[in-house]
Design a protein around this ligand. Structure first.
Ligand code: ZN
Length: 454
């Protein structure tokens, strides 16, 4: 059934054999007949024209390509072995699931209007001088050709609460869970170092150089709007200094990851929630705005304004401020003399427990590259989002039913994997995480795992 007769666009996340992302490619096909009587130049693109865009890959200029070309793209019309050769080439030389023989997917088909498909092909072929430049703005009154690329809709994870469902992978705080392949559509590179005031120390955070897509609502940002949004997010990140434990800050790799996270659409939205609560408790004089520590007033349980059901408080306890800490400190769960904290309820990076009132995220100083048990590649920014999913700013998904849970397995972990970690992985070209292990004990499988859970 194809009542609308839309064209198709299939994204391919090409990965190295060790599971790290390499680049994104895409194929446009099933373009219908052009409207008659139109003078739009892109209507010269004939029905059935196909496009393969593969910038950053080795296929187009290889002997495996029947239409060998040095460009970023190739177009054709009619029967061709290009796409089957393309899939075979990357399956043999890169990561095998691209061939479609393995469970889950790192290729995603979406629909695209015939007109958008035509403008894309015409723009890459003609307007950009045949160089395949997705940043070309000539045809779309200032917007780049890449703005025609549709997003990938990630499935809603059963058990999420309405307030947090469709967490903002696109932009804004209420839009659907649509993600964009980041390296194809990035409009910002995080390559400027930034200083953070942590206690009495000024710490320089080194940028990772990560490509990021920054959007605002569903519109395409202009140059000036993008510059303003970058500055706003960087300033918001700099406010986080008061939320970092002054005696036990996360290690440099995590601070750098938190910086990347702060610049992303979903991380910026998360930090807005965190800082809104912080501003509230400062206004209530429970936390000192200069130090981020509990005031004398805040240390008195009688001054805690929230009910015992509130995620921010345990019964008859003071308000528990949210902190980012190093596991070297946080793993003891004991507060430190002179900080005003009696204890930390925390989530340890990639293990530990799901408490909606969780007070801190505790980061292992030297994180692993692969998950024990599964051997799946770890993407640190996705781990940060996973942990925030467990936090009072996220959604533990206690009613989660959409996964295969093992006996005594932890459904809230699989929820964090599917609702928070996997969308971030998919945006950046990582395969979804299929499993969750506690150490080497399998807890269950994500919604991307088809077939039986090992
Ligand atoms: Zn977790």
């Amino acid at each position: 059934m194809d009542p609308l007769g839309l064209a198709r666009l299939r994204y391919y996340a090409i990965q190295n054999t060790n599971g790290t992302p390499n680049h994104w490619a895409f194929n446009i096909y099933k373009i219908g007949a052009a409207p008659t009587g139109s003078s739009s130049p892109w209507n010269s693109i004939k029905a059935g024209t196909e496009l393969l865009y593969d910038k950053g890959g080795n296929f187009l200029n290889s002997a495996a390509n029947p239409s060998r070309t040095a460009n970023n793209f190739v177009t054709w019309n009619g029967t061709s072995s290009i796409m089957s050769n393309f899939r075979k080439y990357y399956a043999n030389n890169y990561y095998s699931p691209l061939a479609g023989s393995s469970p889950g997917g790192i290729n995603y088909e979406v629909t695209i209007s015939d007109q958008a498909a035509r403008i894309m092909i015409y723009g890459l072929t003609k307007s950009g001088g045949g160089k395949g430049d997705l940043t070309c703005t000539k045809l779309l009154t200032g917007a780049p050709l890449s703005s025609l690329l549709p997003g990938i809709t990630v499935p809603v994870v059963p058990g999420s609460t309405p307030a947090n469902r469709n967490w903002p992978y696109r932009a804004g705080e209420t839009v659907g869970s649509v993600i964009f392949p980041v390296t194809l559509t990035a409009n910002y590179t995080n390559n400027k170092s930034v200083s953070l005031q942590i206690g009495t120390n000024t710490v320089t955070i080194n940028p990772s150089g990560l490509a990021i897509r920054i959007t605002q609502g569903s519109s395409t940002l202009s140059g000036a709007q993008l510059t303003a949004e970058v500055a706003r997010r960087r300033a918001q990140f700099q406010r986080l200094g008061v939320l970092i434990d002054r005696n036990g800050a996360p290690s440099a790799i995590w601070l750098s990851t938190l910086y990347d996270y702060a610049m992303s659409d979903f991380g910026a939205a998360m930090f807005r929630r965190v800082l809104a609560e912080y501003d509230d408790v400062v206004r209530r004089r429970l936390v000192d705005q200069n130090t981020g520590l509990l005031t004398t007033r805040g240390q008195n349980p009688a001054n805690n304004p929230w009910s015992t059901q509130d995620p921010r408080v345990a019964q008859n306890q003071p308000y528990e401020p949210f902190k980012l800490i190093s596991s070297t400190y946080g793993s003891t769960k004991n507060g430190r003399v002179g900080t005003g904290y009696t204890k930390y309820d925390f989530m340890l990076d990639s293990s530990g427990f799901a408490q909606l009132k969780a007070q801190a995220i505790s980061f292992v100083d030297t994180p692993l590259n692969q998950y024990p048990g599964s051997g799946e590649q770890i993407f640190y920014m996705a781990v940060v989002h996973h942990e925030f999913g467990h936090s009072r700013y996220g959604d533990t998904g206690v009613n989660h039913t959409g996964v295969q849970i093992k006996p005594n397995g932890d459904a809230t972990e699989l929820f964090a994997v599917d609702a928070y970690e996997n969308p971030v992985r998919l945006m950046y070209g990582y395969a979804p995480r299929y499993t969750y292990y506690n150490g080497t004990v399998l807890q269950g499988c994500s919604q991307y795992k088809t077939g039986s859970c090992p």
